[in-house]
Structures are given as structure tokens and as C-alpha cells.
Design a protein around this ligand. Structure first.
Ligand code: BDR
Ligand code: CA
Length: 328
């Protein structure tokens, strides 16, 4: 039986790749998407998720709008670095038409809480943006904290941050929310920069998508080329773009792709290290460890799975949508 999955996305180019990975995985049944802010405004992220689902012929997947800003803030503005990396529209300026269906009117928090009640151990939740909506679900219902299985993209344990020396982008947006997640949720796997900056994609792979000549292939190639180009400027030493969010989905399918350290984590919320994800010294000797932090990854195996699943999806779906590609 396929494992049920909910993605909590700030869509986002690598969030789009994570969504495609889930759709291309026969082991997964995507039961819903919740949208968060981060790379883009929450409305833009939801719009992108709906448009990508339609592109891949999966308008049946419900999308819910999550909380629009961090717990301790009144609003949210997209950071300049996010626009640089993901484009103003969040999907690398790829021209993808609006979906024909709208987001569901219900609350994302209720959807998360009810799904954990309904499916328990058969469900995995993969947040790939700030932790705000997930933290709200934890606060809304004790059962969620006790029983949700969460594989999150965010944080950095053994390497520096990517938006500040101490902080990774998702955690940086709402450190209090991720701190609450680490302290209250009973089963969290952290897929942080320690592993996601080892899984890199280059123009060589995106050209394979372009050669498919399908709307799905065109979209993946156009958006990801934008992302690789941004990485060429911000992190030229890497030689490609980080496949952050799809790695979290891949680990939800197959946990053996990574090696983890069992540890009780916290997030610094004060001072210059605000946003740092680090072991909680007060729970160091606690025999129960609630977080697994991925510290090593089988890069070759992941990249093979990634390309097979995304290329397979982009090749086989007869999309109702066409994608604007410059030069064609
Ligand atoms: C994370 O930040 C966002 O920009 C990406 O989508 C990813 O979730 C990487 O730090
Ligand atoms: Ca993301």
C-alpha cells in the first residue's frame, strides 16, 4: 500500500521539484498540499502548487492555504535573496498558467490535524518551508505532536547556514516555530544543509528534461536552469544547485538514503546565533531522542532516483497545459 504524504511547501523552485518527486513516486499517495510563505508570499506559493499540479494532471490533489507570516511578526515580505534564487514568481520566471481550480477554503492546520488523526502511522508530513503552519498544528492538538511523522527540510548541524552564518533559510524565517517543532514533536527527521548541499543538479540533467519536448519537461528545465544560474552566483564552489526539498521527499520514500544522528534538537532564538539548529544541552542525557538529523547521504543513489522519477513523470503525463519557453 502506498504511503500517504502531505507536503507543506513554499513553492519555490526546489519545492516544485519536491512536488514532482512526490507525484513521480509510486510508493507515495499525495493526499494534500499545504502552502506556506518563505520563498514567496503564501498566495504565490499556493498559486504555484495548484498550477504545477494541473501541469502534471493532478488537479485532484487538494491545496490548503497555511499561515502567511512568522509567529512573532505581523506580516511577511519576500527577501531579496529569495527573489534572486527563485525568481519573483517563485518558479524561475517560467510561464505557467493559473490553474483552473482554486485552493480549498478549509484551514491548513485543521487538514494537518485531521489527517494525522485519520491516518496515523500510514502518513508522513514533509514540510519544506518555514515551520509556522506545522507549529500551529502542534499547538492545536496534542495528538498531532504525539503521532505525526515529520521529515522536514531545514536547518544545518555540521555546516554553516545559507542566509546567515548561523541560519538556514527555512528556520531563519521563523526560529520559534522550528524550536517548538523540535521540542514537542515526537518523530522528526531533519534533512538540512549537511546533506542537501551534497545533492547537486547541473545543466546536464536539465537538458535531458528539455529534450523530452513535453510541457512537464519544459517547465522543469526552465525553472531549474534559473535556480542553477542563481547558485552559480551565490555558491559557485558547489558546481550545481542544491536539491534541498526533493531530498526530504526522497527520504520519506526511502529512509536508507541518509545516515542519521539521533539527537534532541533546539533552535537558538536569541542573540547573534538566532536561527541556529543545535543539540539541546538540557535534553542531552534524555534516553528518548525525538529528532534524527541526516549527516550523510548516498548522493549517487538519490540522484538516480531523482532523475528517474522526474523524467518519468514529465515524459508520461499528457499535460493539459503548455509552458512558455523562450526561444521556441
Ligand atoms: C530551503 O530554503 C528555500 O529557499 C528552499 O526552497 C529550501 O526549502 C533551503 O535552505
Ligand atoms: Ca522550500
Amino acid at each position: 500500500m502506498a504511503k500517504k504524504i502531505i507536503l507543506d511547501l513554499d513553492t519555490g523552485i526546489d519545492d516544485a521539484l519536491a512536488l514532482a518527486y512526490a507525484l513521480g513516486s509510486p510508493e507515495l499517495e499525495l493526499i494534500g498540499v499545504t502552502g506556506t510563505y518563505g520563498n514567496v508570499l503564501v498566495e504565490t506559493g499556493v498559486r504555484n502548487a495548484l498550477a504545477i499540479l494541473e501541469l502534471f494532471g493532478r488537479s485532484d490533489v487538494p491545496v490548503y492555504t497555511g499561515i502567511p507570516h512568522a509567529r512573532e511578526r505581523d506580516g511577511f515580505e519576500v527577501l531579496e535573496i529569495s527573489e534572486f534564487i527563485h525568481g519573483v514568481n517563485g518558479i524561475g520566471e517560467a510561464e505557467l498558467p493559473d490553474a483552473s481550480i482554486a485552493a480549498r477554503s478549509g484551514s491548513a492546520v485543521d487538514f494537518l490535524v485531521e489527517s494525522v488523526k485519520k491516518y496515523g502511522d500510514d502518513l508522513v508530513i514533509v514540510p519544506t518551508g518555514p515551520s509556522t503552519t506545522i507549529a500551529a498544528a502542534i499547538e492545536a492538538d496534542e495528538n498531532f505532536a504525539e503521532n505525526a511523522h515529520i521529515v522536514m527540510m531545514g536547518g544545518a548541524l555540521s555546516v554553516p547556514g545559507n542566509v546567515r552564518p548561523w541560519a538556514e533559510a527555512n528556520v531563519n524565517q521563523d526560529p520559534e516555530a522550528t524550536d517548538l517543532l523540535f521540542r514537542r514533536a515526537k518523530d522528526v527527521t531533519m534533512i538540512g544543509l549537511d546533506v542537501t548541499l551534497q545533492t547537486l543538479l547541473t545543466y546536464e540533467e536539465t537538458s535531458q528534461w528539455r529534450e523530452l519536448g513535453t510541457p512537464g519537461g519544459d517547465f522543469l528545465a526552465v525553472a531549474t536552469d534559473y535556480y542553477i544560474k542563481a547558485y552559480d552566483t551565490t555558491a559557485p564552489h558547489l558546481g550545481g544547485c542544491g536539491l534541498h526539498d526533493p531530498l526530504a521527499v526522497a527520504v520519506a520514500v526511502d529512509p536508507t538514503l541518509v545516515t542519521c544522528l539521533d539527537i534532541n534538537m533546539k533552535v537558538d532564538t536569541e542573540g547573534e546565533t538566532r536561527g541556529r539548529t543545535i543539540g539541546d544541552e538540557e535534553r542531552l542525557n534524555d534516553p528518548v531522542k525525538t529528532t534524527k538529523v541526516a549527516v550523510a547521504v548516498d548522493v549517487e543513489r538519490f540522484l538516480k532516483e531523482f532523475m528517474e522519477r522526474l523524467s518519468g513523470l514529465a515524459a508520461r503525463v499528457e499535460s493539459p497545459v503548455s509552458v512558455g519557453v523562450q526561444g521556441r
